[in-house]
Design a protein. Structure first.
Length: 528
């Protein structure tokens, strides 16, 4: 790659009366390393970048570069919080959060992880990250480009690796383990009827207490590490004391809306209308993926144009591609579809060796990973991270010879949250969109689509564990009796194409259709 021009054209609005306002092109040319040919970014009057490139790599490069130009502080913090590198720049108050986060990064084979998303996704992501790094380098060379937040906090943005994006897992929406814990606590206090206070299982289902599980024995704080790993970054003078000099007096920087990078769903909705119900004879799709308000926003809108690629819509600033939007052939949107993608496992540990847990009538050793958490203005902290065959150990109770771990689909190969969207950017029909969702690991989503041929469709997607001996609604013993038997084929989840009623609508609810197996391992998998 050579040094080539990145042309930015800003179509601003002249200062005049509304009746005479005209676009005024404001051009600048930036020479950057990493492009294969001249690339244009045209900013419309809303600030949305329209990117025109000679190759997909260059289009994603420009997307990453421009996202960093607009959101570098937000993106850098997303990366640091996702990899457990906050304390290195913010101080010792964040070291515990770093340790918790590191329990939940992807630790599998990185080549297999890339392969799970299909052809060209790694190349496109490498282009996106190269664009981010080009802007990081420019901001370090020219202080006028450095966002003010870095100056206040007294550190500089980091350079990225493409692998960072698929190693970070804590930004997916999943609450199954928390619901399992809450349901167990309520059942301990009030029996089966008390479980109704947890959001109801749909279709209705009475939880079955796994053999060997004492719902009253699980400590209330068992998931504190899990919650800390998914906690937004919270700023305060007290937390930042000693790590920065120029924090304004008595100001609290709470949350920074980095729920915008971790946050909760507040009742998303979408709908698609078939051509029989529109005056134009063409389908209409609308999507409102509710998330908590944030400043900066969770969403980042862009338009990418390159050979074989012409897609516009909203994604997230730290992720390549588009999550909700349309290309020349299809439109697509999503709302949360609550698949229970986690299990809280309960283990008996060896009284003579707390690093061993009982599995199939034997003592099995935990895998212990030793890492160092860098800490600003303080000695580095050595941490030990423990894992069972099911997942990270989130709590140990040596007094009762117990340990607890979380198994999550989003820690498996192909489970990077929202990254499955990279496969449907180029889909041309509703059927191709549905096929691309085989690469969608999570979170569980009600995916809808419409195409220019007039078809509409609904396809829930997400890794769905097959649990032969449990129903997924309570914690389970980790002794080998409650294993997953792979994932349900996406084709076995409910779906619709061109329903007779002429429309489809979802709002985080369970939409079951005839033909879905509703017994055994799939019966209790879907929660509302």
């Amino acid at each position: 790659m050579s040094n080539l021009l990145l042309m930015i054209m800003c179509l601003g609005i002249a200062v005049s009366s509304p009746s005479t306002a005209e676009p005024v092109p404001l051009q600048s040319r930036v020479v950057v390393k990493g492009l294969s040919a001249k690339t244009e970014i045209m900013l419309d009057k809303w600030g949305v970048p329209h990117i025109y490139a000679s190759t997909p790599h260059d289009a994603f490069f420009a997307q990453g570069w421009n996202a960093a130009r607009d959101r570098l502080w937000q993106m850098d913090l997303w990366r640091r919080s996702g990899l457990g590198e906050l304390a290195a720049v913010l101080g010792d108050s964040y070291a515990d959060q770093d340790r918790a986060i590191r329990l939940f990064v992807y630790r599998g084979n990185i080549d297999k992880e890339w392969a799970a998303y299909g052809q060209d996704v790694k190349r496109d992501t490498e282009g996106f990250v190269a664009g981010i790094n080009a802007y990081v380098a420019a901001s370090k060379s020219d202080p006028s480009l450095m966002p003010q937040e870095f100056k206040l906090a007294g550190y500089q943005p980091a350079f990225w690796k493409a692998d960072d994006i698929i190693r970070i897992r804590s930004h997916g929406l999943s609450i199954a383990a928390l619901q399992q814990l809450a349901r167990a606590q309520l059942m301990c206090k009030g029996g089966l009827a008390a479980a109704e206070f947890i959001p109801r299982i749909s279709p209705p289902w009475n939880p079955v207490v796994p053999e060997g599980l004492d719902v009253c024995s699980i400590p209330p704080k068992v998931l504190d590490e899990y919650k800390l790993a998914q906690k937004p970054v919270v700023f305060s003078e007290r937390a930042l004391q000693g790590s920065t000099r120029d924090v304004p007096e008595s100001r609290e920087f709470a949350d920074y809306s980095l729920d915008s990078l971790n946050g909760g769903s507040l009742g998303s909705n979408n709908w698609v209308i078939g051509p029989s119900r529109t005056t134009t004879g063409r389908p209409i799709l609308a999507n409102d993926p509710h998330r908590e308000y944030g400043a900066p926003s969770l969403r980042y809108i862009a338009h990418l144009v390159a050979p074989g690629l012409n897609v516009i819509g909203a994604g997230e600033p730290a992720l390549p591609g588009i999550l909700v939007g349309h290309n020349e052939h299809i439109a697509f949107g999503l709302t949360v579809f609550w698949i229970t993608q986690e299990d809280l496992y309960v283990y008996d540990t060896n009284p003579d060796n707390a690093n061993e847990y009982r599995y199939q009538n034997q003592w099995e050793p935990m895998r212990v990973v030793h890492e160092t958490v860098a800490v600003r203005n303080a000695p580095d902290r050595a941490v030990g991270l423990k894992f069972t065959r099911h997942g990270p150990v989130v709590m140990e109770d040596p007094g009762h010879h117990r340990a607890y771990a979380v198994r999550a689909t989003w820690l498996d190969t192909g489970g990077t949250p929202y990254f499955g969207s990279m496969k449907y950017l180029r889909a041309q029909t509703v059927e191709e969109f549905a096929s691309a969702l085989k690469h969608w690991g999570g979170p569980g989503e009600n995916q809808i689509s419409a195409d220019t041929l007039g078809k509409i469709g609904w396809f829930p997607a997400g890794f769905t564990p097959i649990r032969p001996n449990s129903d997924g609604v309570l914690p389970v013993p980790g002794d080998g009796r409650y294993e997953w038997n792979g994932y349900l084929d996406r084709d076995l989840l409910p779906s619709e194409i061109d329903p007779a009623r002429g429309y489809i609508a979802t709002a985080n609810q369970m939409k079951f259709t005839k033909g879905l197996p509703l017994s055994g391992s799939t019966r209790g998998l879907f929660l509302v």
